[in-house]
Design a protein around this ligand. Structure first.
Ligand code: URP
Ligand code: ZN
Ligand code: ZN
Length: 484
């Protein structure tokens, strides 16, 4: 065997499938050996007493992106990827967001330009489809897929992005034909607007009313509707940032039936509740995201969904908006919940929260943790087995976790550019100590070791299967027989 560049010795190595006490050998960017005992590398890391896990993949984050309300996120591709790396993540898939009046081609070129010189870890893009014209559907989406953008996000809410059911069917139909995956923000826009108008008219503009307007039934209705659209075409759909028991149960039922429905949830729905929005003045805006934080019973339903496989992926939905006039409070303390940028930061806290509250508290096994945070993202978004696992030939993307370290969260620990964390004061146990991306040490000893711009663009393959891929396509087959 050639001399190893890096040996990670004596760690508890966990993949989605198994847990083994072994050494890992790395040459250049790749894992080249996994064995009981390997020769010393040019650099030897003693991982005794540590978990050695695939670097996390965060497949839902908003970086240097203009939101559906037209607000720029606080993190650019430097601060966003640095923050991700400190939290044990080695790959991100943020969004290239098409706004009405801009072509997909221009949008994608623009996001490449934003990321290229700044990212410190590897990245791909999903495309947000804001305007599915014939040209977009027939020319630009197939071209984007060829360029490695094999998943699209669509919105059922937000005035600037909301697609009608007819348009959703058009997007699903192209994705189904081309083998791409459609991610759906499922909330019923009319229900939300109807409630919000009445709340505002009655003077209920405080942040906590955001949670009233974004009703759990609005999430459940849209979730049910998009499942029916998916079934009509037998087109796989991933429902993102699921927050409510109603939506979770609807997804579970569809999966049990065999529909091609995947689902994602996020850290905020595990450890925060609607009470966090209920603070003096407009402070609660820091906790306003969509779908919103709900109650303790909802938290339990989401935890159950992680444990029983309803959710295949756990992402941050990092949507970093500053608590100032640029984003969260455009009219200072007069700002109503309708005017606030929606979203919470969490790219750095995503994995420590699940490790602490999931693995160490016995709600999830370590292999489930790896599936939910890395392997399923890689499979589902066409990066497997290059990313998302520890295997010979895979990229050496590894996070070494110390399960004994306990920290009280303080914003000064974060590396994003948001200015606050919704997890301030929370105590979590188990943190990544060394983070390695393509064989390069990115984070060690609390310091960033990677250069700005050293992350690489990942042209992704077509989505591959994960555990619950359903097979029913009776309605779609009948329809295809008639209309092709
Ligand atoms: O409130 C949220 N989640 N903001 C980010 C945009 C989105 O819909 O994911
Ligand atoms: Zn969304
Ligand atoms: Zn999002």
């Amino acid at each position: 065997m050639d001399k190893l560049d890096l040996t990670i010795r004596d760690g508890t190595v966990a993949t989605a499938a198994e847990t083994t006490r072994c050494d890992i050998g790395i040459i250049g960017e790749k894992i080249v050996a996994i064995a009981d005992h390997l020769p010393a590398g040019a650099r030897d890391i003693d991982a005794g007493g540590r978990y050695v896990l695939p670097g996390g993949i965060d497949s839902h984050c908003h970086i240097e992106q203009l939101s559906g309300m037209g607000i720029m996120s606080a993190d650019d591709f430097y601060s966003g990827t640095v923050s991700a790396a400190f939290g044990g993540t080695t790959t991100i898939i943020p969004f290239a967001a098409q706004h009405r009046g801009t072509s997909v081609t221009t949008t994608v070129a623009d996001y490449h330009e934003r990321a290229r010189s700044k990212a410190v870890i590897d990245y791909g893009f999903h495309l947000i489809i804001g305007e599915p014209t014939d040209k977009v559907l027939n020319e630009e989406l197939p071209a984007a897929i060829k360029d490695g953008i094999t998943s699209f996000k669509v919105y059922m809410t937000y005035p600037k992005w909301r697609l009608e059911d007819y348009q959703l069917l058009e997007v699903l139909s192209v994705a189904q034909r081309e083998g791409a995956l459609v991610m759906v923000h499922a909330e019923n826009d009319d229900m939300i607007r109807w409630i919000a108008k009445r709340l505002i008219e009655r003077g209920h503009g405080a942040p906590k009313f955001h949670g009233v307007a974004h009703h759990a039934l609005a999430e459940a209705e849209a979730t049910h509707r998009v499942i029916m659209l998916s079934r009509l075409l037998s087109a796989p759909v991933l429902i993102v940032h699921v927050s409510s028991p109603e939506a979770t149960n609807t997804i579970r039922a569809a999966q049990t039936l065999g529909a091609k429905i995947y689902a994602e949830t996020c850290p905020q729905y595990l450890v925060l509740t609607a009470d966090d929005m209920d603070r003096p003045g407009v402070e609660g805006a820091k906790w306003c995201c969509s779908p919103p934080l709900r109650d303790k019973a909802a938290q339990e339903a989401i935890w159950a969904g992680l444990g029983n496989g309803t959710f295949q992926v756990y992402s941050s939905d990092h949507a970093p908006y500053r608590f100032d006039e640029t984003a969260k409070i455009p009219r200072g303390d007069q700002t109503t919940f309708k005017e606030m940028a929606n979203g919470v930061p969490g790219i750095e806290m995503r994995l420590p929260i699940l490790f602490s509250e999931g693995v160490l508290k016995g709600r999830l096994g370590i292999n489930q943790f790896v599936s939910l945070t890395a392997t399923n993202h890689a499979r589902m978004y066409g990066l497997y087995p290059r990313k998302g696992t520890i295997a010979i030939g895979s990229d050496a993307d590894i996070a070494i976790w110390n399960p004994e370290i306990e920290k009280r969260v303080d914003y000064s620990m974060m590396h994003d550019a948001v200015g606050y964390t919704p997890y301030e004061g929370h105590v979590y146990k188990g943190w990544p100590e060394i983070v390695i991306s393509r064989g390069r040490i990115v984070v060690e000893g609390g310091e960033l070791k990677a250069a700005r711009g050293s992350g690489q663009y990942l042209a992704r393959g077509l989505p591959g299967p994960v555990a619950v891929a359903g097979t029913i396509d009776g309605p779609a087959r009948q329809l295809r027989n008639l209309i092709g």
